[in-house]
Design a protein around this ligand. Structure first.
Ligand code: NDP
Length: 263
């Protein structure tokens, strides 16, 4: 039996075991996907090998540690310097980032987008900014504090703090902060958000499974919007495709994974 797991802290809320096991069951694949709560990200490689895993997903706060744990990093993960999918192949740990591509798939339904304002400057903001730029969409990053902006500056991406930002027109407004995840906060001051939404074509909150204050404000603006569910599904489909070494097309993986969202 092939074994897979998700590593994170916390990890109990993760939907990944349900998503991947649903695919394994439906396609009659002899595999099992579990959760691993990991406090120290530097132990990731050791624990992965100890458990004899064939692959894993990595979530908050270990995506940068996962990047460092790999023997080889492929694709966009090399630029983002964060890995959310690990595959054990020929005695090597190979790292990928499927969050970035998952997000790009999720926003296809908005139609043509040229500019995007990313609120937040964490790992997800990094992944999205690089993916957007590769997709010919100009990203701008807005964060409440300065300490995480260096990465974006080094990549030549425009960055702002709340106090030096003046609202202008962006096609897509994206919340990548954890504001609203366990509290009732908006990611930026309400007046600024309302002004931005009045000039936008759509909005996305990467948080899934709940209506955040950001999403509530977006709904009031009557703009097209999405929460993080489509991104979660798309990143999971791509990860499962990599886990199974491309044996099954994504078209076959997606329906059972989507079905797990109803469970
Ligand atoms: P990080 O911890 O790396 O970054 C968090 C960011 O949020 C920082 O920029 C931080 O600002 C900002 N922030 C946190 N709280 C507030 C607040 N109250 N007001 C304003 N800004 C705030 O997190 P990640 O990037 O890894 O994850 C962010 C979110 O994305 C999580 O909620 C996660 O669940 C979700 N996610 C969803 C995915 C999906 O598939 N749908 C995939 C990956 C992530 P500062 O720098 O000032 O501290």
């Amino acid at each position: 039996m092939r074994l897979f797991s998700i590593f994170g802290d916390p990890v109990s809320h993760s939907r990944s075991p349900l998503m991947h096991n649903s695919v394994f069951n439906s396609l009659d694949i002899d595999a099992c996907y579990t959760r691993t709560e990991l406090k120290d990200g530097e132990k990731l490689r050791e624990v992965f090998l100890q458990k004899g895993l064939s692959g894993a997903n990595v979530t908050v706060p270990h995506k940068e540690a996962a990047f460092r744990a790999c023997d080889e990093v492929r694709g966009i993960a090399r630029t983002i310097q964060a890995v959310n999918t690990l595959v054990y192949q020929d005695g090597k740990l190979i790292g990928y980032n499927t969050d970035a591509e998952g997000f790009m798939r999720a926003i296809e339904s908005f139609g043509p987008i040229r500019t995007a304002l990313i609120i937040g400057a964490g790992g997800t903001a990094r992944a999205l900014s690089i993916a957007l730029r590769q997709g010919d969409i100009t990203p701008t990053v807005l964060n409440r504090s300065a300490n995480r902006l260096d990465y974006f500056k080094a990549e030549g991406i425009d960055t702002y703090l709340w106090e030096d930002f003046r609202a202008s027109s962006y096609d897509l407004i994206i919340n990548t902060t954890s504001a609203g995840l366990t509290d009732t906060e908006l990611p930026i001051p309400r007046s600024l958000l309302i002004e931005l939404l009045s000039q936008a074509k759509g909005a996305v909150d990467v948080i899934y499974g709940k209506e955040t204050p950001f999403l509530r404000e977006v709904k009031l603006s009557a703009l097209p919007y999405k929460d993080g569910s489509d991104m979660l599904l798309a990143q999971g489909v791509l990860a499962n495709y990599l886990f199974l070494n491309g044996e099954y097309p994504t078209e076959q993986i997606e329906p059972p994974m989507k079905y797990s969202f109803l469970l």
